[in-house]
Design a protein around this ligand. Sequence first.
Ligand code: IMP
Ligand code: MG
Length: 184
Amino acid sequence: MSDPIHPDIERVLIESDTLQARISEMGAAISNDYAGKRPLFVGVLKGVLFFLADLLRTVTVPLEVDFMAITSYSPETREHGLVRITKDLETSLKDRHVLFIEDMIDTGLTLGYLLKLLSAREPASLEVAVLFDKPSRRLLNIKPRYLGFRLPDLFVVGYGLDYREQYRNLPYIGLLKTAVLQRK
Ligand code: IMP
Ligand code: MG
């Protein structure tokens, strides 16, 4: 079934049914790998909101969840590598099996920084599940254990991903019209 298209969207890249089907597969793999382990899922707000919520509902092992928030990526400034934590975790990571959940790896600088920070807290294990990967822009060599989709080097919105804080609520992944990106 195809989703109704928002007027600012040029083209839908990934329909919601396709997102859900792939996320179920990821959840099954995670459930299998973490059997008997009670993992702690760590999500980075806000982009991960929908992915984390849908993924958690497909995972069958007992789990805990916690969140952190960082300064958001701005497509205008592209200040890569500088990450400021605006909300830290409430759970201690020491001796926990931590699964770090991210919406997107682009250059990998954000994830690289956060992984270094989290591994210093001495988890029993630390793995990464990412919904979208843009491998052509990678600056740091990071290979997530679980990956949803590879994307071309295009700016996308929807399913949690924003442009100027808009479009997170679209149920699909889409490309914005050029006119929207040129608006002041
Ligand atoms: P990195 O440090 O370059 O890997 O940046 C990754 C972060 O940038 C992601 O967590 C997203 O929040 C954001 N980002 C990267 N590409 C896009 C995009 O196409 N649309 C919306 N946000 C994006
Ligand atoms: Mg993000």
